[in-house]
Design a protein around this ligand. Structure first.
Ligand code: MN
Length: 478
């Protein structure tokens, strides 16, 4: 029996089955200009983050889903794991990469509809305006695939794309990302950079694409490892790049050399608008999709952006820390603030704290500004416990390490820029800090954490406990 490849639909079915009520259907027509994100925000104000499936987005015949991976629980489900275990699962899966496989065009759902030449019209797709001051509609979920002209390696990453017109979008490659190296190499030789952009697939494809993998390439292998099966590829229509065969929609195009267009502003993951300045443009040469394609959007500068972005980073950090500190217990990059990282370790030597922290910083040089290292009795998934450890095991004069000008300059964090009164900005370096909130290494004794005996907690009987509604009447003492 042929098994069904994992894709966006298989994941939607899994959520419907295993987490009923977490995908809501919006049957009425909604405006792509702030309508979809406005509805999502209404739920967010109640601290609810269901996935939202919009049947009718004004101006398009293609339905749209947003917030699919806005909760850590659903993201963990995508890897067949749980919140507590998902970082370890991710780290272990990435250790065993699974190379992609090629399939014939007839077996590729993304080839059911093919628009080339005059048929190319981005206006038919339901691109969203997300936040109030965004410079236009943006593609937020595209997995961009390019080829390194030197090694031939295929690299994948997620970049932000402003939509400019019927066949033109922008792209901002962050300078240190591999896409930028490849684009600069091609531009220096006067060549365009062919690119394919896959929209809508199993969340593992995006997680693989944003995983921190040393060297150019390897993301599709990482995605395969996270999927637990090879990513199926098929050839593109207009270039020699591979296309994910089970994607919902694929854009094919070229990043043009020497051409720039003013980009942004756009609400970015740190929760601020960030103008791009002059950025490269992509000419779209073909659009292919499933007959009944679903457009997949990630809610930028919002919970989904953070949750989805944090897990691959936690997994990469966990793996990097594990190599230098085998006693690492857990790593948490909190969804509310992806610039922070909490690491718990079973500490054997004092030097392990800095080794762990620098491994984390080196894995995420552009994003992390604060690493807190705690002992293994602290639950790093609970901010309160981490703050408690800082309050009781950290001394600012001794245990704080500031690393001036650690990363940058520039980037997506507002702190990567110097802002001037005349409205201009110049890039600047960003500093980082490490907080050692661990107890001294053995054999030095340290006060024990006060706790009720675990047996007493287990033995406690809650079965007949009830709500007090009035002062109980007590019989007086005789
Ligand atoms: Mn790469």
């Amino acid at each position: 029996m042929l098994s069904v490849p994992k894709d966006l639909r298989s994941f939607l079915e899994q959520v419907i089955r295993e987490m009923p009520g977490q995908i809501k259907v919006v049957p009425h027509e909604v405006d792509p200009r702030f309508g979809c994100t406005g509805l999502a925000e209404r739920f967010a104000r109640r601290n609810e983050y269901p996935a939202l499936y919009f049947e009718k987005v004004k101006g398009s015949e293609i339905p749209l889903i947003i917030n699919l991976t806005a909760t850590p629980e659903r993201l963990a489900l995508a890897l067949g794991s749980t919140i507590e275990d998902v970082v370890r699962t991710y780290g272990e899966r990435l250790a065993e990469r699974i190379p992609p496989i090629w399939v014939a065009r007839e077996e590729a759902p993304v080839k059911e509809v093919i628009w080339t030449g005059e048929q190319v019209d981005l206006g038919k797709l339901p691109f969203l305006w997300h936040n109030a001051q965004d410079g236009g509609p943006y593609i937020t979920s595209g997995v961009g695939i390019v080829r390194d002209p030197e090694s031939g390696a295929i690299n994948a990453g997620v970049y932000r794309h402003q939509v400019y017109g019927r066949d033109e979008i922008g792209v901002w490659f962050i300078d240190t990302h591999h896409g930028a190296y490849i684009y600069r190499a091609n531009e220096a030789a006067g060549r365009p950079t062919p690119i394919v952009i896959a929209i809508g697939h199993h969340p593992a494809l995006i997680m693989g694409a944003v995983s921190r993998i040393p060297g150019i390439g390897g993301e599709l292998e990482a995605a395969g490892a996270l999927l637990g099966e090879p990513v199926r590829l098929v050839e593109a229509e207009t270039c020699d790049l591979p296309v994910p065969a089970d994607a919902e929609i694929v854009l094919e195009g070229e990043v043009l050399p020497y051409q720039r267009r003013e980009e942004g502003p756009f609400g970015e993951w740190p929760g601020h608008y960030m103008a791009g300045g002059p950025k490269p443009i992509i000419k779209i040469k073909a659009i292919t999709m499933r007959r009944d394609a679903i457009y997949y959007d990630i809610f930028s500068a919002n919970r989904e952006h953070l949750v989805l972005g944090a897990l691959p980073r936690m997994g990469s950090i966990y793996r990097a820390v594990k190599q230098v500190v085998p006693g690492v217990k857990a790593v948490h990059v909190p969804a509310h603030s992806r610039m922070h990282c909490y690491i718990s370790i079973r500490k054997e030597r004092d030097a392990e704290v800095k080794k762990a922290a620098f491994a984390a910083l080196n894995t995420e040089p552009e994003n992390l500004k604060l690493v807190v290292v705690v002992d293994d009795d602290i639950n790093v998934f609970n901010d309160g416990e981490v703050m408690w450890a800082i309050g009781t095991r950290f001394d600012a004069a001794r245990d704080l390490l500031v690393i001036p000008d650690w990363s940058g300059p520039g980037g997506l964090l507002p702190t990567g820029w110097e802002y001037h009164e005349d409205g201009t900005r110049t890039p600047k370096m960003v500093s980082a800090m490490i907080l050692d909130a661990t107890k001294p290494a053995p054999p030095v004794p340290y006060p024990e954490r006060a706790r009720v005996p675990e047996e007493a907690v287990d033995a406690a009987d809650l079965s007949d406990v009830y709500d007090m509604r009035e002062l109980p009447v007590r019989r007086g003492q005789e």
